[in-house]
Structures are given as C-alpha cells and as structure tokens.
Design a protein around this ligand. Structure first.
Ligand SMILES: Nc1nc2c(c(=O)[nH]1)N[C@H]1C(S)=C(S)[C@@H](COP(=O)(O)O)O[C@H]1N2
Ligand SMILES: [Mo]
Length: 431
C-alpha cells in the first residue's frame, strides 16, 4: 500500500541480526531462572530413555506397507478445513491450508487449500487438450504429450486467492491463521513457459490479451494481458515433483506468478488471443473491489505484500510456559522477494527485525522467526512485511482509509494475535 520511504529508515528501532543473536545468547544465559528448553539428564528418571519401548522391542512394518506414503497417524489433525457457513455447497467452495502446522516455505501437496467453482474435473491425461486460437497465425491443439516436448522449467511460487483474509476486512472474525490466511499455498511447479506455446502458434501484431478457460463444469474464464503471459506465466503439469493433484487442476494448470489465484486457471483447456479484455464474470461481478464512493477497482491482479504469524496463533497455543519461544510466520509479495519482516509483541508500538530463514524466491512464501525469551506476560503479536521494492504491509486502518469498508478482496492488513498468560491466543484487531 504505502511506499516504504518513511518506514525504511526504522532499521534502528529494531535490533540488527547480530544484536538479536547476542540478545538471544544473553537470554539463554539467564534461563536458569526462566527454565531451559530441554530437561537435565542428570535429574534421571526419564523412562522413555531408560526403559525399552514397543518400537524397539518389535520389528516394524516393512517396505511397501504403503506404496504411496502418508503422514504419521499422530499428525492426523493436520488437514485442510473449511468453514461450513461460508458457502452453500462444497462444490463451489473453499477450504484452508493448515498454515499453523507447517514450517519452511513449501506446502505439501495434500494440504494445499482448494477453491473450486464447479467441483473437481476428473480428466484422464490422454483425454485432455489445450487449444490456442484467436489472433494467432496457426490455431493449435496440444496433447499432454505435446506439451512435455517443450523446454521445461521449475519455479517456486505462492498462489493466494484474492479473497484470502476477506472475512477479516471489518474486524477480527475467524479464530486461527488457517481460516484468516489459509487461502495461500506455495509449491514448486514444473511446466512450460506460455511464451513458447504462443510463439508456436504465432501472435498476430494486434494481439494484446489472452482469455484462459478451464475444462471443469464452471468453465471459468479470465482475461490476462499478453505482457504478463509472455513475462513469467507457465502451463504446469507438476507440483513439488509429482503430477498436479486433481484438486489443483490435473493434468494442466496455468501459473500466473504473484497475481490473484482466480487467474490461475485449473484444468486449462483453452487460450484465446484477442486485442482487448473480455470482461467476464470473474473480472466484473467478482474479483473487483467496491470502494466507498460506489466505484470499483478492476483488474487488481497483483497480490500485495503481506505476512502472518503462524505460531503461536489461536490453533497453535504455547504449551511450554515461559522461557524460549519460537515465534514463526510467513511473508510474501506478488511484487517479488521479501526484504524484511518486523515483529511486534506490543500491538505495533515497538518493532524488532525478524530473522528470515530458508530460500528467498521471487513471488514465493518466505519464512521468518523471532526467537523470544517469553516472560509469560500477555502479548499482542503482529508481523509487518516489507518487499524488495520498499512496499510496506499496512495496518487494517490504513487499508480501510484508502479502500473503504465494502471490500472483500486484497486484504493485506496487519494481523494481531492476543497471546494470553496461559499460552492460548485469540484473533483481535489492533490498528
Ligand atoms: N478451472 C478453474 N480454475 C480455477 C478455479 C475454478 O473454480 N475452476 N478457481 C480459481 C480460484 S478462485 C483460485 S483461488 C485458485 C485456487 O487454486 P487451488 O485450488 O489450487 O488452491 O484456482 C483458480 N482456478
Ligand atoms: Mo480465489
């Protein structure tokens, strides 16, 4: 929202990375009073170490027990979840990524949130076709096999639904980052540059726009400027190394890096080249932002700089009491890489620079940590992301001042978790 000129200078308000590490050490030294992050072995009596357990007494299952592996039974609570009252029918609905249970930047395939407008299309790859037509020299139809003969690329990108955090526009509503921020996922895609396919068909000189269409029952369509299509869009057939999941558009989906999820057509079957946008349902009645004066922002494609603390959070309470506490979260920007994330424990009065860890890819999720020595007092936890272009994540008040109260889409406002002394937390708004 706001350019970072004023905020960029605030480096001094937060400790440098070095100070943070030294502060961490100092806090560690002081932990005799606050408690260690591990038990003293000398205290003895740890039966899980001294006594033989079933899992070392008996042989376990052999290979091939599960030809396609599954998570541990102890992780069965880590699943996508929906909010039943949000939509009338699960066939045109959404569920949410369990962000509070994940670490790093990659979303496991089975946990990527799903958003369908007409249910999942079940397509055998041999029966799938992609057609390119309109303002091209040669209209073409590709089979999946044809597509696999073009040069392939791998890229890690986030996909965020424009409606992510939409329910939080007017105030705190849903109790957990899975629900407030879980319409985002981040995987490595394998596919072919759209540019190669368009070049194969040959663009006419008046070609300016692309209409992408899905093969599902909703036959969803979106207009995409040709400039974007030729820049970094992919047609992808793999995610995280394996074939796309049916719910993510198997066998083929469009990847539109940094732009709203609605444009990432799943079950991609048709690309029409034109000289102007089509003004389809998904870019007029839906996915436009109604402002206070009654006009609407249109074609608001890029997802703005945003972040959220995933732990602790309402679904991820602190269970270990005071002492070392790992505060962790995710940050992302449709504009590129994340340059810095600040974390506040007092509702935005004071900020510290968080530690970014893991790979930093353009238009991908970034992981941050703040290693705290928690004294057990209440916290108002917030995170604020700044991207490589200096864009700063706004407060919700700053957002509403510009965009009014009517909007659903593109809420990138700062989220607050109220962490109580007992370690539980609640969704609140401090703006
Ligand atoms: N064909 C088709 N493509 C689609 C949709 C759809 O319903 N049909 N939903 C869109 C919306 S609104 C979003 S947010 C993303 C969700 O992608 P996901 O299900 O992989 O999370 O897919 C988009 N592509
Ligand atoms: Mo969406």
């Amino acid at each position: 929202m706001s350019k970072g000129s004023g905020v960029k200078g605030t480096d001094e308000t937060g400790p440098s990375r070095r100070q943070l590490l030294m502060g961490g050490l100092a806090a560690g030294a002081g932990l005799a009073a606050g408690g260690l992050a591990a038990r003293s072995a000398a205290a003895g009596g740890e039966k899980l170490i001294t006594e033989i357990q079933d899992w070392n007494r008996y042989l376990g299952p052999g290979v091939d027990e599960q030809p396609y592996g599954a998570p541990s039974a102890h992780e069965s609570h880590v699943v996508r979840r929906n909010v039943a009252w949000l939509t009338a029918d699960p066939k045109s609905s959404v569920n949410f990524t369990p962000l509070h249970e994940l670490d790093g930047i990659i979303t496991p395939n089975g946990l990527c949130f799903e958003r369908h407008h007409g249910g999942i299309a079940e397509i055998a790859p041999a029966d799938h076709r992609l057609m390119i037509h309109g303002l091209v020299e040669t209209p073409l139809v590709f089979t999946m096999e044809d597509l696999r003969r073009f040069p392939r690329e791998n890229h890690v990108y986030f996909l965020e639904c424009a409606a992510n955090s939409g329910m939080e526009w007017r105030g705190a509503q849903l109790n957990g980052c899975q629900y407030t921020h879980g319409m985002v996922h981040c995987v490595m895609y394998t596919g072919v540059r759209l540019q190669h396919l368009l070049e194969e068909a040959g663009l006419r000189t008046n070609a300016r726009w692309l209409l992408a269409e899905g093969a599902d029952a909703s036959a969803m369509t979106r207009s995409i400027p040709l400039e974007k299509a030729l820049d970094d869009c992919l047609v992808a057939f793999s995610m995280n190394g394996e074939a796309l999941r049916p719910e993510q558009g198997y066998p083929l989906r469009l990847v539109v890096p940094g732009w709203e999820g609605n444009m990432w057509l799943k079950w991609l079957r048709r690309l029409e080249v034109g000289d102007q946008p089509w003004h389809q349902r998904e870019e007029t009645s839906k996915y436009t932002d109604l402002l206070a004066d009654g006009t609407a922002r249109r074609f608001t494609w890029q997802m703005d700089v945003k972040s959220v603390i995933t732990s602790p959070s309402p679904q991820k309470p602190v269970t270990h009491g005071r002492g070392p506490l790992v505060v962790s979260g995710l940050a992302w920007s449709g504009g590129g890489r994340i340059a810095r994330v600040d974390v506040s424990i007092d509702g935005g009065r004071n900020w510290r620079t968080a530690r970014l860890d893991g790979p930093s890819f353009t238009k991908a999720l970034h992981r941050f940590y703040l290693d705290l020595d928690w004294d057990g007092s209440e916290l108002l936890l917030q995170s604020r992301a700044i991207d490589e272009h200096g864009f700063v994540q706004p407060t919700k008040n700053e957002l509403r001042a510009v965009r009014g109260e009517n909007s659903i889409y593109h809420n990138n406002g700062i989220q607050t978790w109220h962490v109580k002394a007992d370690g539980t937390s609640e969704n609140v708004e401090v703006s």
